[in-house]
Design a protein around this ligand. Structure first.
Ligand SMILES: Cc1cc2nc3c(=O)[nH]c(=O)nc-3n(C[C@H](O)[C@H](O)[C@H](O)COP(=O)(O)O)c2cc1C
Length: 307
């Protein structure tokens, strides 16, 4: 069986994955944290925590709240900063078989360009995922992802600063996601990933105050799956670059739904918090499904629900 997928067909380096299962940013650390739990080299790719120019402590606690079938988080891009990432993490990744994609976030377009420039040519980094969709930061974040013009401007700035494949990650907190997707595809994105979290809040009724230190957070997990699937379906019909589906994927069946809706690959996020082996379980379940159904090439499944 052939599960490989090419996520950056127009890029000179390409982004060839052995299989379509990727870990979602912010839910799998730098990959190293999970390497003692299972053979992470079997995965299609790993996306690391959102990375900024300077290290960040993130938002005040509490930053996590469980909801029905989901999780609200307001981490606020706590990370070690790009310099430490290049010095401490990339050399480890360079010895891995599994490609690592670095998720980046900035407060200005110039920040995104500088981050992309600093990561260009660093051994151990296979691609960049541009987060224009973080709901938990004051500046930047969804500001760029909710407006087609600024989404396109960020994409052009990043593409100009790096020759690495560039994935742009979209927010669901917008009225017309297909419009944003078309704008970033036209601006040169090699692939589009979606969705990031949906904005939400929780109230602590004993304190009569919002539960999260940041008041608002981002909702993830099974609760958002139908919304994510719908948006992937919409975007896959709107652009001709590969689409990477994300949002509530917990089982192989979830992943197969996204692939049939038009995703070339999928990301497993919150599911890793309850089952650290979830990405591998999803991969093994996809393989089993293909065997049962007599499907030799994963690419034969991409978008079948659209025809
Ligand atoms: C605790 C936490 C931290 C996250 N951090 C990031 C981040 O740094 N960058 C990013 O693009 N997305 C981040 N996300 C969003 C996820 O990558 C993913 O898009 C979202 O959670 C939906 O997928 P899921 O339902 O499978 O978790 C984070 C999500 C969670 C739960």
């Amino acid at each position: 069986m052939n599960l490989s997928v090419q996520l950056a067909p127009k890029n000179k380096h390409g982004l060839l994955l052995a299989n379509p299962v990727i870990t979602a940013s912010g839910t799998f650390g730098y990959g190293t944290e999970y390497s003692h739990m299972f053979d992470i080299q079997k995965l299609g790719a790993i996306v690391c925590k959102g990375t900024t120019l300077e290290p960040r402590d993130g938002n005040p606690q509490p930053r996590l709240a469980e909801t029905s079938c989901g999780l609200l988080n307001s981490i606020g891009l706590q990370n070690i900063g790009v310099k430490a990432l290049i010095k401490e993490k990339a050399p480890i990744w360079a010895s891995w078989r599994v490609p690592v994609i670095v998720n980046i976030a900035g407060e200005t377009i110039a920040d995104y360009a500088q981050l992309a420039g600093e990561l260009d040519g660093v051994a151990g980094i296979s691609a960049i995922e541009v987060n224009i969709s973080c709901p938990n930061v004051k500046a930047g974040g969804t500001e760029f992802g909710t407006n087609p013009e600024s989404a396109a401007e960020v994409t052009v700035a990043v593409k100009t600063a790096t020759s690495l494949p560039v994935l742009v990650k979209l927010t669901p907190n917008t009225s017309d996601i297909a419009k944003i997707a078309r704008a970033v595809a036209e601006a040169g994105a090699d692939a589009i990933s979606l969705i990031n979290t949906l904005k939400g809040i929780a109230i602590d009724i004993a304190r009569r105050r919002p539960l999260l230190g940041n008041v608002t957070g981002g909702l993830s997990g099974p609760a958002i799956k139908p919304v994510a699937l719908y948006m992937v379906y919409e975007v896959a019909g709107a652009v001709d670059v590969p689409v990477i589906g994300c949002g509530g994927i917990t089982t192989a069946n979830d992943a197969i739904e996204f692939i049939m809706a038009g995703a070339s690959a999928i990301q497993v996020g919150t599911a890793s918090f309850t089952n650290p082996r979830a990405p591998l379980d999803v991969l093994e379940g996809i393989e089993q499904f293909m065997k049962q159904e007599g499907i030799d090439n994963l690419t034969d499944l991409i978008g079948v629900a659209r025809r």
